[in-house]
Design a protein around this ligand. Structure first.
Ligand SMILES: Cc1ncc(COP(=O)(O)O)c(C=O)c1O
Length: 470
């Protein structure tokens, strides 16, 4: 068990963040070697004379970032190989001594990432245990490449109930996330035609390589205050949209545009690919059902548990018209024989027993608090920054005031531990300078401090590498 020198400043607040920062530095600097067992939270809290909750929060943050591992019975240890794990700052930020931020935390790799410290470990453990104690051995054989029937049954019920989808289990294919779902759909479609694909502009830059690799020729179409400008669609074979919460602007596709998009698809025998990536998190506006429910024969719906549970689970679904669903399922069988069955049964159990819904309700409340805190701090400290797209999802779209560049804001935000991306590289058409910022991993009580740090950095004042005002 390691004895640790951890120095904290009680007057400064953010005790959990300070403990996490100290441990992170000790691991990076080699003072804590891989495999080292850390003190129990109760002991460390007593040593430092802080609440046990602060130590638990610090450990959980570092587990989420990949610096620590935690197993029942084995305690908390320094991970065998420390990040580059998901959730760790990008390499560019890690080289920067200020990258741990004023609060010592790092709040996510992608602006759309959830807070993995809140992954429902106990519920998931119970689901996996249930699966392993109940499924017959044969269930662990190569399964249906379209997914285990129990999960497709549960997902169909869930999507009809929560997303107003029009789905039956036989229209569903279980996949490894929206990314794989889109790859498979495009892979199938591009074998049949020259696949010109209308994409929203701006769009998720992370998706562009996979769309191209799957055989699509991308045609950017502008997004305005009502979402995709459907009038600018022409003869494309399909359109890829994020109607519930456009990425990155956060705009909701308006009712008239939804109708026009469905009409466009019907008129030309075209397909709409609906990326429903973060639809579970709605805060202030009436629920918006998915587009697929309006036109199940023309819309292919893709979603996943990446925002609701964890991206690392790589579990998602595609709901498609029957013929296309069959082709996707065959392609999955040819390409890699399908998704891991234990996880599929576990998700089915988690859905069936209400664990998924309970987790979502809890996280919706928490993310709403975090969003409110960050939005309030921005409006108080940086009123010239225009905050948009916050009625849903886990990120904000910030339009920048004159004189601020995207790159400078992104650098400053990342130094402060926020996950941020510039919008410029996501566009073909000109638009105002803007950045996307994730709020899911920024605890509400740290929002004011982080925004103050951003203000100070953007006004050119000096900050020492620890993030404190010099
Ligand atoms: C807009 C958008 N679509 C899709 C995805 C990919 O999600 P998945 O993890 O389900 O593949 C992301 C991930 O960040 C995203 O931001």
């Amino acid at each position: 068990m390691a004895d640790l020198l951890i120095q904290i400043n009680r007057e400064k607040g953010g005790i959990a963040g300070q403990i996490a920062a100290e441990l992170r530095d000790a691991i990076r600097g080699g003072r804590l070697a891989p495999g080292t067992r850390l003190p129990a939270t109760r002991d460390l809290a007593a040593d430092l004379q802080v609440s046990r909750g602060a130590v638990v929060e610090a450990y959980e943050q570092l587990v989420a970032e990949g610096f620590l591992t935690s197993r029942v019975g084995a305690g908390t240890r320094v991970a065998p190989r420390t990040p580059t794990a998901p959730g760790a700052p990008p390499a560019s930020a890690r080289r920067d001594p200020g990258s741990t931020g004023v609060c010592g935390g790092y709040y996510g790799h992608r602006p759309t990432s959830p807070d993995l410290a809140h992954f429902p470990r106990q519920g998931w453990l119970a689901a996996v245990r249930h699966v392993l104690t109940t499924v017959p051995s044969d269930a662990l054989d190569y399964g249906d490449p379209g997914g285990v029937p129990e999960l497709r049954e549960e997902l169909a019920g869930y999507l009809c109930r929560v997303r107003a989808a029009d789905v039956r289990p036989e229209n569903l294919v279980v996949v490894g996330g929206v990314a794989q779902g889109l790859s498979l759909v495009l892979h199938v479609l591009s074998r049949e035609c020259d696949l010109s694909l209308a994409v929203e502009d701006p769009t998720s830059i992370n998706q562009v390589p996979l769309l191209r690799r799957a055989g699509a020729r991308l045609v950017p179409v502008p997004v305005d205050e009502e979402g995709l400008d459907v009038r600018r669609l022409a003869g494309e074979a399909a359109a890829l949209v994020t109607p519930a919460h456009q990425f990155p602007t956060g705009v909701v596709l308006s009712p008239s545009r939804r109708a026009a998009l469905v009409e466009w698809a019907h008129a030309g025998g075209r397909l709409v690919l609906e990326d429903d990536y973060d639809a579970e998190f709605r805060f202030d506006r009436d629920p918006v059902g998915c587009l697929q429910g309006l036109a199940p024969d023309r819309v292919v719906l893709s979603g996943s548990v990446s925002k609701a549970l964890a991206p690392g689970l790589r579990l998602g679904w595609v709901a498609a018209p029957p013929e296309l669903a069959g082709a996707i399922r065959r392609a999955r069988g040819e390409l890699d024989l399908g998704s891991p069955v234990v996880d599929q049964y576990a998700l089915a159990h988690f859905l069936r027993t209400g664990g998924y819904d309970r987790h979502l309700r809890r996280m919706r409340r928490e993310y709403r608090r975090r969003r409110d805190a960050l939005a309030a701090a921005l409006s108080e400290e940086l009123p010239r920054v225009r905050v948009k797209g916050i009625e849903a999802g886990l990120h904000m779209y910030l339009e920048l005031p004159d004189g601020w560049t995207e790159q400078e804001v992104v650098r400053a935000a990342r130094e402060l531990g926020l996950s941020a991306e510039p919008v410029g590289p996501m566009r073909e058409f000109a638009g105002p300078p803007a950045v996307v910022v994730g709020f899911a991993r920024l605890p509400a009580h740290q929002a004011a401090e982080v925004v103050h740090g951003l203000k100070v950095r953007m006004s050119g004042q000096k900050i020492d590498p620890g993030g404190r005002l010099a």
